[in-house]
Structure formats: structure tokens, C-alpha cells
Design a protein around this ligand. Structure first.
Ligand code: GTP
Ligand code: MG
Length: 169
């Protein structure tokens, strides 16, 4: 059982193919989920245009801040594997006195790679995935120190599948 405050900024953390967007769809309303893909699409007409990432995250942080000011739970569907990416989220949460929470989706690299190969919307190679896995390993020791008040780790496909979310009062 994953317990999160009714008002939180939830950062999903996981490599490409770990199932973040699937998890977000299953557990949250579409309007609660801000995805980096959707914001790249909004600012660049192309969800995969990595050159649009800075602008996309600017817009995402802005919308997240507005939602938190309005008292709305907000979920960020992005890999969130880099300290600087997470720092932006912790900053937005703090600016609005909202707790930043991380939910880590950790699947074996082979699983993520197999899924990636079946997707038309992803073209990255295996080395990119390996680098993301390395970034994930390094993230474990850092998340709490970076300011995430709760770090929930779901290890493996079964644990991700069985996860349920409960809201703290
Ligand atoms: P990026 O957006 O690239 O970072 O990936 P993601 O973490 O959002 O992964 P996504 O949820 O898009 O899942 C990737 C692929 O794996 C999709 O084709 C999903 O249908 C599939 N998938 C995700 N979760 C599960 C799962 O629990 N079981 C199975 N069998 N497939 C899954
Ligand atoms: Mg996704």
C-alpha cells in the first residue's frame, strides 16, 4: 500500500519502459498527471523532440505550481532520473508548501528493453536504457536527501502490478 498525502507533488521515477505512464493512468485521473511527453508535444508539436525539453519542463513546472496553489494533487510523469530534474520539482513543491513524494518504478533492464522494442513511440538504443538504469541506481541514495519526504519503491513487475494508493488524512 502506498500512502500519500491528499495534497502532494508526486514524482514518478523510472527508466523508459518501466511503466510510469501506465501506472499514472491506472491510479490517477488524466487531469492530475503532467507528462513530459505531453508538454513536449504542446511546445514543439513533437513529443519526442528532446531539444524542446527545457521549454517543456518550464511549462510543466509552471502548471504544477498553479495546480498546487489551487490545492490539487499533481503527478509528474517523467523519468525524473537526474538530480537537476528532481530539484525543479522539489522547488515547486516547497514554493507551495506541498510535500514532494517519489514513487520509484524499478523493473529489470531486460523487461524495460523488451517493452521498448515493441513501441513505435520510442527509438532509443540499449545503451540509453543502460545509462538510465545507472542513473536510477544512483538516485536511490539521493531522493530523501533531495527533499522527497516519502520515497516509495516498487521493485519488479509484480509489486508494481499489485500496488494500491491510499490517501492520508
Ligand atoms: P517512457 O514514457 O518511455 O519513460 O516509459 P514509461 O515508463 O511511461 O512506460 P509505459 O507506461 O509507457 O510502458 C511501456 C510499455 O510497457 C507499454 O507498451 C506498456 O503497455 C507496457 N507496460 C507497462 N506496464 C506494464 C505492465 O505492468 N505489464 C505489462 N505486461 N506491460 C506493461
Ligand atoms: Mg511514459
Amino acid at each position: 500500500m502506498i500512502e500519500i498525502p491528499e495534497l502532494a507533488l508526486v514524482a514518478l521515477v523510472g527508466v523508459s519502459g518501466s511503466g510510469k505512464s501506465t501506472f499514472a493512468r491506472r491510479h490517477f485521473a488524466p487531469s492530475q498527471v503532467l507528462s513530459s511527453d505531453a508538454f513536449r508535444g504542446m511546445v514543439a508539436d513533437d513529443e519526442n523532440d528532446q531539444s524542446a525539453s527545457a521549454d517543456a519542463f518550464d511549462a510543466l513546472h509552471h502548471v504544477a505550481g498553479i495546480r498546487l496553489r489551487r490545492g490539487l494533487l499533481t503527478v509528474v510523469d517523467a523519468t525524473n532520473l537526474q538530480p537537476h530534474a528532481r530539484a525543479g520539482l522539489v522547488r515547486v513543491a516547497r514554493e507551495h508548501d506541498v510535500l514532494p513524494v517519489a514513487i520509484v518504478l524499478d523493473v529489470p533492464e531486460a523487461v524495460a528493453w523488451e517493452r521498448t522494442q515493441g513501441r513505435a513511440d520510442r527509438t532509443h538504443g540499449r545503451q540509453v536504457l543502460t545509462r538510465m538504469q545507472r542513473d536510477l541506481r544512483q538516485s536511490y541514495g539521493r531522493l530523501a536527501r533531495e527533499g522527497f519526504r516519502k520515497v516509495h519503491v516498487l521493485r519488479g513487475v509484480d509489486e508494481i502490478d499489485a500496488a494500491q494508493i491510499r490517501y492520508e488524512k
